[in-house]
Ligand binder design. Structure first.
Ligand SMILES: Cc1ncc(COP(=O)(O)O)c(C=O)c1O
Length: 424
């Protein structure tokens, strides 16, 4: 069908028409010119941030809210890290650095990856960034072509799906249930692979479930990745927060072949209580690291110079400092797991890592509470406890509770949740 002539007019032509008195043409044309990109239309506000904002507003009104919504440790950043950044500022270390990060930081990360994770990469294969979030984003940007598929294991951190779509890709979701400890079966993973599969994102320990994928599952994923030739983005940001004497398995250690297809993502936010510092990294095969660095050159350039100096100290910290925080999280995990398990009709998988617990609350959904979103809203009003609905993470019928808060808050908040649920 031929395009109607009035739809093909240029801006100048429209102006001309308007001058002649046909105002509608310019109005229509302006709408087209001033519309946002299709990418911008894809973006949704973060529900977690919205809940946190509502809980903060209630707090500001003087309400005694217990925050189980936050995704950040409540500890202060260890002092030696702060001192290093302050010293750097005082010494005038306030200028651009190489985009991918200063040598000291890349050396410290390479040494840490070898010492703690058994991952062998040269410092030149490391690109530091403004948080693991940026590292995942950039990885997807340099790997994914429009129409490519990226496999996600649900429940998953919702940022992954948004970032895949921003890269023009399509998330392909494998659902792992609470009954299976949020571990997918190999058959499920196999069924998700197609000729369009470009990558899989693995997040162990997981946000939002706290699940740690067992080594045999990781090995099976590694074999599939090598056999079918797709990339693995291994987001290991919670690697240091792991419980019950388990040890973290870094994906890139599973075989030399899979190491050539793996981007290991890490950072300072969760292990060293440095969420606001914005330091993360990607450790990747050389050609990937080079593409990541080229992209970052055009986006943010380097992460903040003096924050990098603090991060050098973080990655060299004696393990006792991190261990003290990890041990406290394990105590809190035990407490919240026990208390939630004692609530009638909740199914509570025991998390093995991170600082989240993801109970199945579906038996409390019904009547006036139609969804997990309604239940989270009810608990905020009635129990003054801020939780995040599981559907945010493609895990409907669940709630995510973060136990990055004091034991006293856990006791108070979960007691109130129990009481509020008993009234449903
Ligand atoms: C799974 C996961 N990856 C990455 C991040 C972001 O980490 P960063 O603060 O280093 O950007 C988060 C933060 O909540 C997360 O949960």
């Amino acid at each position: 069908m031929p395009i109607p002539k009035n739809l093909t007019r240029t801006w100048q032509e429209s102006l001309e028409i308007t001058r002649k008195g046909r105002a509608t043409a310019i109005i229509l044309n302006k709408v087209n010119t001033l519309s946002l990109s299709a990418k911008a239309d894809l973006l949704k506000p973060s529900p977690t941030l919205a809940i946190t904002a509502k809980a903060n507003a209630m707090k500001a009104e003087g309400k005694d809210i217990v925050a189980f919504a936050a995704g950040e440790p409540d500890f202060a950043t260890p002092e030696p890290i702060c001192n290093a950044a302050i010293d750097a500022l005082r010494a005038g270390f306030t200028k651009y650095t190489p985009s991918s990060g200063i040598k000291d930081l890349k050396d410290a990360i390479a040494a840490k990856l070898e010492r703690e994770n058994g991952v062998n990469v040269a410092p030149s294969q490391i690109v530091t960034s403004c948080g693991a979030k940026q590292s995942v984003y950039q990885s997807l940007q340099i790997l994914v072509n429009p129409g490519d598929e990226v496999i996600l294991i649900a429940p998953y951190w919702m940022t992954y799906a948004e970032q895949i779509r921003l890269a023009g890709g399509n998330p392909v979701v494998v659902h792992a249930s609470a009954a299976s400890g949020f571990v997918p079966t190999i058959e499920q993973l196999q069924a998700a692979i197609s000729p369009k599969t470009k990558a899989i994102i693995i997040n162990s320990p997981s946000n939002p479930t706290g699940a740690v994928l067992p080594k045999p599952t990781l090995e099976a994923i590694a074999s599939l990745a090598v056999k079918h030739g797709f990339w693995v983005i291994a987001d290991e940001i919670y690697e240091r927060l792991i419980y019950d004497k388990q040890t973290h398995v870094s994906f890139a250690t599973l075989s030399p072949e899979v190491a050539e297809q793996t981007i290991t993502i890490g950072g300072c936010s969760k292990s060293y209580s440095m969420t606001g510092w914005r330091i993360g990294f990607a450790a990747a095969p050389a050609k990937v690291a080079s593409a990541l660095s080229n992209l970052q050159d055009q986006v943010t350039s380097n992460p903040t110079s003096f924050a990098q100096k603090g991060a050098v100290v973080a990655f060299n910290l004696p393990s006792e400092t991190v261990e003290a925080m990890r041990a406290e999280f394990e105590e809190r995990r035990n407490l919240i797991y026990q208390m939630l398990s004692d609530i009638p009709n909740l199914v509570v998988p025991k998390p093995s890592g991170a600082f989240y617990i993801f109970p199945d609350v579906s038996t409390y959904i019904g009547g006036k509470i139609k969804t997990d979103v309604d239940l989270a809203a009810y608990l905020l009003e009635e129990a003054m406890a801020a939780t995040v609905p599981g559907s945010v993470f493609e895990g409907p019928g669940h709630l995510r509770l973060s136990y990055a808060c004091s034991r006293a808050d856990i006791e108070k908040g979960v007691s109130r949740i129990r009481e509020a649920l008993s009234r449903l």
